[in-house]
Design a protein around this ligand. Sequence first.
Ligand code: NAD
Length: 482
Amino acid sequence: MTTLLNDPVTRSEAYFGGAWHATPNTFEVIHPGTLEPIGSVADCTADDARRAIDAAGEALKEWRRVNPYRRGQILRTWHDLMLEHREPLARLMTLEMGKPITETRGEVLYAASFIEWCAEEASRIGGERVPSRFDHKRGFTASEPVGVVYAVTPWNFPAGMITRKAAPALAAGCVMILKPAEQSPMTALYLAELWLEAGGPANTLQVLPTSDAPSFSAPFMADSRVRKLTFTGSTAVGRLLYGQAAQTLKRVSLELGGHAPFLIFADADLERAAREVIGSKFRNAGQTCISTNRVYVQRDVAAEFTAVLSRLTGELVLGDPLQDRTNVGPVVEQAGLDKVRAQVEDALARGARAAVGGAHQGGLYFQPTVLTDVHPDSLILREETFGPVAPVVAFDTEQEALALANDSEYGLAAYAYTRDLSRAFRVAEALEYGIVGINDGGPSAAAPQMPFGGMKNSGVGREGGHWGLEEYLETKYISLGL
Ligand code: NAD
């Protein structure tokens, strides 16, 4: 019998203090597809965290002085190595968190694109000459690295959520200590290995897995040498860390939860709109922060649209994420599955109907599902689902659609389909979301130059493009008297 245990792509040792460490304690990483362990990784402690902070402080002194052009060259090599290692990296991500292999291959390209963009941009980090009101003065600004950065990342994009932070930080001259998610620490270790192979100096990117995130994180929050916290994950944890970071007034970037509405107006190309809802909803089994969570369709076309959406959803292949033919894999863990089941049961109990799917299919697999006649009080219309379920709700007017879409504590991503140009602008301007896709269900695909982030409870700050780079830069004003 073949076993997934200790597959050649797996990793186990943590990297900090200039060396790879097998710690006394370890924890297991489980493949969600079969619930088999794939191996164990170092379980780092608060003492290890303190060693990493000391090492980062030393590394920062050198790295911030490295010519930005040279920093860009090292980043470029890191990017190239990621592409060389595309297949093992994709396999490792699929083993760790169950995303279908065709998608993890895409994620390697997506993750590497942030490195490529920042490699090019590193040499353009400069400053400005600012005219003074006084004839005898000259004003200048200089962009300087923020310093030591603590990064905490989720499991749903094991590579992308790391490079979207590490690439701009390293390009800016910062050094980073990364605590990856418990479910996907090996991908992070693999990326650190490639960074060192690319010529990244010791301790510029340290990666420490842990099974005890709160205790491990405490030293970073209390230490004023750590000048920035960058976090991607749930709103609850983000809010907690935001409060903790306030003690030492760190710069903070938070990429948090979402609850994306997808509006389909009667004038839309329904087949195309349905295909884009499928991409947005069922990609990564619905475990994407910008996944469509609510579908609102204008009443005149609701029956026709739901029929198309249900037909296409019924064609999706649910199964082994290591197979190329699979469209939808398992969810990441039991708690995630329980949440999906609870939301579906709640909706059905309030009168909804499963037009397709609706059931658990063993292990961590849930059928791709379309729900209709969903009652407005249903949990699924308020709470982030993070699973393969699309609730469809009918609306009458544009005004009503916008009110429904904006009635959320979240403000990450929203989508609308229409052929009416004026409506497209009205809707884009009225949606209270950081990312709006008009006739585009995948606005963040292959877009390292675009800003990514949310309003309201979806976060603080932006990643990607020059906005993402500026999160790692301080502006210094230099005044010269003649
Ligand atoms: P999570 O908040 O449970 O965990 C995220 C990270 O925080 C993990 O590394 C975890 O170990 C760590 N963590 C948990 N408790 C902590 C504590 N007390 N102190 C320090 N660290 C702690 O989220 P998750 O379930 O891993 O990820 C899913 C969530 O992430 C969803 O809400 C999703 O929308 C969000 N997300 C947002 C974006 C975005 O860009 N806005 C991107 C991806 C995921």
